[in-house]
Design a protein around this ligand. Structure first.
Ligand code: GLP
Length: 241
């Protein structure tokens, strides 16, 4: 695992955006895996700047998002679809048909999950997947003790995750208890992975992910077995590594 220690959140975001921009410049039809949450927001802002200043072309880029809340409509402002549109896609020249986010309103979960993985494969596989990390070490919405062998699936969110994500909702009761997430197997099939973490609340999870035993108890620890992972942390998140 390549570890890059950034000075702070802005620095981390710039380096992440540069990595993405190079990928896009080198391969204009790249398949990119995207994440939500607070962590990648700065990267999206930087990428929009690069797009505006350097005319980075997203018109042939395909994206696959890691996850979506189960039961939230795309026009719900807490849906990850809404987040992606607002924070990134509407600012760049992505084609709508190239954007893939699990459908949280599906009536057939199994078919949705199966076709999501199938579509990733059919697109040639993910060139680079961006990941954040949960305080409990989750990646995507793969909570502790999820098998490393599963593809996209429906997950039950842990109490800690619901509590942590409730900051975006009016109350914890409004946070969906389930989500559709790319599985660890899907994530591990990406050709490259870029894991981002910022802030002291992520330091323990990063330590376990990087130096701990590889175990489903810490989903991110599986990344130790991937041959092309770049971890970009700020000082606080990288304190113990
Ligand atoms: C959510 C997302 C993850 C994300 C994590 C951390 O649970 N499903 O993909 O990595 O939160 O979020 P944040 O970056 O806001 O700390």
């Amino acid at each position: 695992m390549k570890i890059i220690k950034a000075d702070n959140y802005e620095h981390m975001s710039k380096m992440a955006a540069r990595t993405m921009a190079s990928q896009i410049a080198l391969k204009n039809n790249s398949v990119i895996g995207l994440a939500t949450g607070d962590t990648p927001l700065g990267m999206y802002r930087e990428l929009i700047k690069i797009y505006e200043d350097e005319e980075l072309d997203f018109s042939n880029i395909k994206t696959f998002n890691l996850d979506e809340y189960y039961g939230l409509n795309i026009d719900n402002e807490n849906s990850y679809y809404f987040y992606m549109m607002n924070n990134f896609f509407k600012h760049i020249n992505m084609r709508k048909e190239n954007i893939n986010i699990p459908n949280g309103m599906t009536e057939n979960i199994e078919a949705e999950c199966f076709s999501y993985d199938k579509k990733i494969k059919a697109s040639g596989g993910i060139d680079i997947q961006v990941l954040g990390i949960g305080v409990n070490g989750h990646i995507g919405f793969n909570e502790p003790n999820t098998s490393f062998e599963v593809g996209t699936h429906l997950v039950e969110l842990e109490k800690e995750t619901i509590k942590s994500n409730s900051r975006f909702f009016n109350s914890p009761e409004e946070v969906p208890t389930k989500a559709i997430s790319m599985g660890i197997k899907t994530i591990m099939q990406s050709r490259a992975i870029m894991l981002l973490a910022s802030g002291e609340k992520k330091a323990a999870a990063i330590e376990k992910a990087v130096k701990g035993k590889i175990s489903t108890a810490v989903p991110a620890s599986i990344l130790q077995l991937h041959n092309n992972v770049t971890l970009i942390v700020d000082k606080a998140a990288g304190e113990f590594i």
